[in-house]
Design a protein around this ligand. Structure first.
Ligand SMILES: [Cu+2]
Length: 153
């Protein structure tokens, strides 16, 4: 084998090793859990899912698939996961908002448009045909949700 042929062979081997490393790295990255979790507002006044559990460093993104506007307001009496004082509008037809949680704790939140109850214990804004209905037909559950943030280990 000539010196030139050896060099070419060596280069091919090195290129194959680099390609293999790139493929392996990509496969490893794809196996990791997603760092973004989605909470949707479907075509009714609720957050879905109502409760999610994430790890520190993960991001939650709310997406409004309803035609109505909604809001995300942190319930700071119980909030231990940071982002105190959050109060944002989530516009209808695709409005979205994201938060990254860097502290373990709980983040209870609600929609200020659809979380007030009237004298009969019914949400004011959704009316008798909106809100979250339980199996007994009671619409008395305001629009709210909770995120539990676990520490990294
Ligand atoms: Cu709402």
């Amino acid at each position: 084998m000539s010196v030139r042929l050896r060099w070419i062979s060596l280069c091919i081997v090195i290129l194959l090793c680099l390609a293999g490393t790139a493929l392996f790295t990509r496969a490893t990255a794809d196996d990791r859990p997603s760092t973004v979790r989605a909470i949707k507002v479907p075509g009714e006044d609720r957050f879905a899912p109502f409760a999610i559990t994430i790890r520190v460093g993960q991001t939650v993104e709310w997406v409004n698939q309803d035609t109505d506007d909604h809001t995300i307001v942190s319930d700071d009496v119980f909030n231990t996961a940071g982002h105190r004082g959050v109060s944002v509008l989530l516009p209808g037809n695709g409005g979205h908002f994201a938060l990254t949680f860097n502290h373990p704790g709980v983040f209870p939140y609600y929609c200020r448009f659809h979380a007030m109850l009237d004298a009969d214990g019914q949400p004011k804004a959704p009316g008798p045909d909106g809100g979250i209905q339980d199996p007994n037909g009671n619409f008395g559950t305001p629009m709210n949700g909770v995120i539990t943030v676990l520490s990294e280990d």
